[in-house]
Design a protein around this ligand. Sequence first.
Ligand code: SF4
Length: 225
Amino acid sequence: MYVAETFCSLQGEGSLVGVPSFFIRTSGCALRCRWCDTAYASFQPEGTTRSVAELVAEARASGPGHVVLTGGEPLVQRDIGALTHSLRQAGLHVTVETAGVAAPEMECDLLSVSPKTSSSDPDGAWRGRHQRRRADLGPLRSLLARFGEHQVKLVIQQASDLDEVLELLKRIGPVAPERVLLMPEGASAAEVAARAPMVAALCLEHGFRYTPRLHLDLFGEGRGV
Ligand code: SF4
C-alpha cells in the first residue's frame, strides 16, 4: 500500500462524527478535484510503501476500535481487499471513504462514498479525464448495491449545486434521504462556517442530513488531523 500518513483523530465528517479513529490515508487518486485539500495524497502523491501486516499491527496498537481508510482514493490501491479483510478479522470497525470511481473486492462496516459533481472539475489538462471518471457511475452503483451500510456525502459550494445533486441521486438509484449527507465546501473552518447556513437550509428542505467538518473546527487545516 502506498500511504501518505497514519494518525489518530476524531472522525470529522459523516454519521460517525466525533468517534475516535485510526486513519490510514493512502496516496494516489483517480480524480483531480479543483478544491482538493489533500494534494499530497492526490495531485502530488507522497508517502511510503507499507505492508498490510504493518498497517494492521499499527491500527491494533493505536487504541481506537474504528479505522478509517481515506485518501487520496483507497480503492485504487492494489492491496485494499487484503487490508480491509485483515482489519476486520482483527475486530476493528472499518470505514472506507471513497469517491466511488472504482469498485474492487474489499470489505467494510461503513461505506462512505462522496461522488463528485461539476463543482469539482479542474481547469487544464486533467479536466476531460476527471469529468469522464466522475461521470461513470458503474463503480458507484456496484458499491452501493454491495454495502447496505452506506452514506453518500456531497460537497456543496452554492445552493444551485443542489439541482445537480438531485439529478445524480436519481441516476445512481434510490438512496434513502437519511443516508444522504450534505457538507459545506471549504478548506478552513471559516469557509465552512460561511456556507453552513445555506447547506443547513437545503438539508431541512429536502430531508437530507447535514455533516459538519469537525476536524477543521477542532484542529484547523494541515496534515494528520
Ligand atoms: S477524490 Fe478526494 S483525494 Fe481525490 S482529488 Fe478529489 S478531493 Fe482530492
